[in-house]
Design a binder for this molecule. Structure first.
Ligand code: DGP
Length: 114
């Protein structure tokens, strides 16, 4: 946990947010500035910024995040139309929040990769 991290504050309930899904490893919210009709964030409850900071014992957390993303895509009805999973890492990616998270984007044609 980080005292100042927005996503840790949401996890602790200090910033109100609709939690769409939660398990022991991660939770899911809607992005505050959606770039597609479906734009969810899958966020690990453990605070770390980069995949490179993830020790081996936390690797199952990544599996749980991808599983949550898949399940949420189904709940949002975008499995057949397709969706995109994005993890931004560091300045060149445009990462704004320094707490690892998985974007789930869908509901429109997303175009090519940047
Ligand atoms: P990234 O650029 O990968 O770090 O994406 C961070 C995303 O987090 C960005 O799309 C906006 C979203 N975001 C930032 N603050 C909040 C917040 O307080 N609530 C919610 N729901 N989303 C937030």
């Amino acid at each position: 946990m980080s005292d100042e991290c927005i996503f840790c504050k949401i996890n602790r309930g200090e910033i109100p947010s609709d939690i769409l899904y939660r398990d022991e490893d991660c939770f899911v919210i809607r992005d505050v500035a959606p770039r597609a009709p479906v734009h969810l964030l899958v966020i690990p409850t453990v605070h770390f910024t980069y995949l490179s900071g993830l020790s081996e014992e936390f690797q199952p957390v990544l599996g749980r995040m991808f599983s949550a993303a898949k399940d949420m895509a189904a709940r949002e009805g975008v499995v057949d139309s397709g969706y995109r999973l994005v993890i931004n890492q560091g300045p060149d990616s445009g990462q704004e929040v320094p707490h690892l998270h998985l974007h789930v984007l869908g509901g429109r044609h997303l175009g090519g990769m940047a």
